[in-house]
Design a protein around this ligand. Structure first.
Ligand SMILES: Nc1ncnc2c1ncn2[C@@H]1O[C@H](COP(=O)(O)OP(=O)(O)OP(=O)(O)O)[C@@H](O)[C@H]1O
Ligand SMILES: [Mg+2]
Length: 252
């Protein structure tokens, strides 16, 4: 028994099944105590390994997505932002919108929670092993521009087009020249009706013509983005200024 036990540990080490090693003794005890069959015992033991693999998989999906922080829906105070329908946000975390290849646009002024909510939905997707990537609009455009200069635009566009969920944060914070707007359009066109995109912006759609410095391209972008999309228009105070607002209210 002793030598076979050592051999088993050796085999498990060789196969890098560390969870099975950790839980071996307790599983043997459990088996003896409950008179489990060989198959039942093996299932119990392999389940430990599978559980850990799944936890690590989720961790790496979240890491790969490059979120700015790990804030989730549970960390969002819906009472502070009453213009947001909590049920609607919770529905997004079921990822039905990804199955339907629909988009979400978070529109609102600074600090109302656009990036927080977009990230929360992204984390929900990554946790369910949906390929997800978060990028600021400006970085996305810089990367596409660089790829174009290096004659690898096609590959870069394909790379961004492959994510089941792409979050493009901060559209309209910096002006985009007409040439760059075309690059952005190409990506939106590739993802149109094929993949879901979440966009956040502080600029209402009428001003997108100015942002992209080409009203025609801006229209073509908006047309595709909004065709199958839910727009969450957040009207409220900045959470960043929450404490200042409370102080002001107390003063008056
Ligand atoms: N209702 C809320 N409950 C809890 N935290 C919130 C809420 N709204 C915003 N926050 C927090 O406040 C900060 C600002 O929110 P966020 O970054 O989402 O704003 P934003 O709408 O993206 O603003 P900007 O347009 O400036 O990028 C973040 O730390 C976010 O987690
Ligand atoms: Mg933001």
């Amino acid at each position: 028994m002793n030598s076979s036990y050592s051999k088993l540990i050796e085999n498990l080490e060789y196969l890098k099944l560390s969870q099975m090693i950790t839980h071996l003794d307790e599983t043997i005890d459990f088996m003896n105590h409950n008179q489990l069959s060989f198959a039942e015992t093996l299932i119990k033991l392999t389940d430990y390994e599978i559980d850990m693999k799944q936890i690590n998989m989720v961790k790496s999906m979240v890491k790969v997505a490059a979120f700015p922080h790990l804030k989730e829906v549970k960390d969002f105070d819906f009472l502070f932002q009453p213009s947001i329908n909590k049920e609607q946000i919770l529905d997004f975390t079921t990822l039905r919108f990804i199955e339907r290849k629909e988009n979400i646009v978070f529109l609102g002024s600074s600090g109302v929670g656009k990036t927080h909510l977009a990230t929360s939905i992204g984390i929900a997707a990554a946790k369910k092993r949906t390929s997800t990537y978060f990028i600021k609009c400006n970085d996305l455009i810089l990367n596409l521009k660089k790829a174009k200069l290096e004659n690898r635009l096609e590959a870069r566009l394909k790379h961004y087009a492959k994510y089941k969920l792409l979050i493009i944060d901060e559209i309209g914070y910096l002006p985009i020249d007409a040439e760059d707007a075309k690059l952005f359009f190409q990506l939106i066109d590739l993802r149109y009706e094929a993949k879901s995109t979440i966009l956040t912006t502080n600029a209402n759609f009428k001003s997108w013509g100015d942002i992209f410095q080409d009203p025609k391209i801006a229209n073509e972008i908006l047309d595709r983005v909004l065709h199958h999309a839910t727009v969450i228009n957040i009207v409220g105070d900045s959470y960043r200024l929450k404490d200042h607002i409370q102080i002001e209210n107390k003063k008056s």
